[in-house]
Design a binder for this molecule. Structure first.
Ligand code: GTP
Ligand code: MG
Ligand code: ZN
Length: 307
């Protein structure tokens, strides 16, 4: 039987079969030897073939071809690469207006990853109901203009604003989308708002640090309707920027892409080199300063190997 992996937590895998049933499946050892540095052979989003056993469990005997893979460097001191999700159509980059306050650096890092993986992204600023002053309003408008002008989709949401939830629902239709963003920004709450029957667990914001407490602890694929799926993730900080040379980074900043072709050196890093067209574009206001700052930060991470 064919199915889709909805949970992958170690030795057991939850598979949603085409007939709508969900079964726990084992994965034979041979799959663990397969791909190079990948520490987990199966992830949510994978299409699999399953044989059902008498006891109601299943065995995975084939993993389907993948359209794409979201990966990060393995955590807990393990070497290699960890698969987060596969066959992803859209990455939702969720930040909140307040509690915790949004960081454009985080958005930019994830956007670079999405560019590198060629997966469309939707930037979401949630908790717009926490807007307190006209200054907040101004800040929101600025950030919306910033990302829209570069060409990214952008959405303001609040779980208390049905219209914004409807817009989000429309954006997700017919796709497998992955929620990413810091803990506490409201990823799970947005899911509950999209489908109130889910009643997924959400968390409070710590009073002392004003951050979330990592309420969601593993990636889970949830079916919202017939052909619409979302992956709720633990507050992912970033997807690893795998194998990127410093001079290639600006390829993944769409607003720098055209300028970089006019730099004197093909491997210009747009920092101190003479006749750098990107630097000129920053000075002329054609590349936003906040984006250029993010660029420099990511460049440094790549050069020092610390992501
Ligand atoms: N005012 C307001 N609060 C919200 C909104 N969305 C979420 N919250 C609150 O923010 C807190 C954190 O929400 P979660 O949904 O658990 O956040 P999360 O992003 O899933 O966090 P992790 O699972 O830890 O990654 C909860 O107290 C929610 O009630 C919103 O639109 N407005
Ligand atoms: Mg959560
Ligand atoms: Zn340059």
């Amino acid at each position: 039987m064919k199915g889709l992996i909805t949970k992958a937590t170690g030795s057991w895998y939850q598979v949603l079969l085409d007939n709508g049933e969900s079964v726990s499946c084992r994965l034979p050892g041979k799959f663990r030897l397969s791909e190079e540095q990948i520490v987990n052979p199966v992830a949510v989003g994978d299409n699999v073939d399953v044989t059902l056993e008498k006891d109601g469990t299943g065995v995975i005997n084939r993993i389907g071809e993948r359209k794409n893979k979201l990966v990060r460097k393995a955590t807990h001191g393990r070497r290699g690469i960890q698969l987060l999700a596969t066959n992803v159509d859209l990455v939702l980059i969720v930040q909140s207006l307040r509690e915790p306050i949004f960081k454009t650096g985080f958005i930019d890092r994830l956007l670079v990853t999405c560019e590198a993986w060629e997966i469309p992204a939707l930037v979401i600023i949630n908790k717009t109901d926490l807007q307190k002053s006209s200054k907040d309003q101004e800040k929101l408008e600025q950030i919306e203009t910033l990302y829209r002008e570069i060409g990214y989709d952008f959405l303001k949401t609040s779980i208390h604003d049905r219209t914004s939830i409807k817009k989000l629902s429309t954006a997700l239709k017919g796709k497998i989308s992955v929620f990413s963003g810091h803990s506490g920004t409201g990823k799970t709450s947005l899911l509950n708002a999209l489908s109130p029957g889910l009643q997924l667990k959400t968390g409070d914001i710590s009073r002392s640090s004003n951050k979330g407490k990592h309420t969601t602890t593993y990636a889970q694929l949830i079916r919202l309707s017939e052909d619409t799926y979302v992956v709720d993730t633990p507050g992912i900080r970033e997807f690893g920027l795998v194998d990127l040379e410093p001079y290639e980074l600006s390829l993944f900043f769409p607003e720098m892409r055209t300028h970089r072709e006019s730099c004197r050196f093909y491997n210009c890093t747009h920092r101190h080199e003479p006749d750098c067209a990107v630097l000129t574009a920053v000075e002329d206001g054609n590349v936003p300063v906040s984006r250029y700052k993010s660029y420099l930060n990511i460049l440094e991470s790549i050069e020092t190997g610390q992501e």
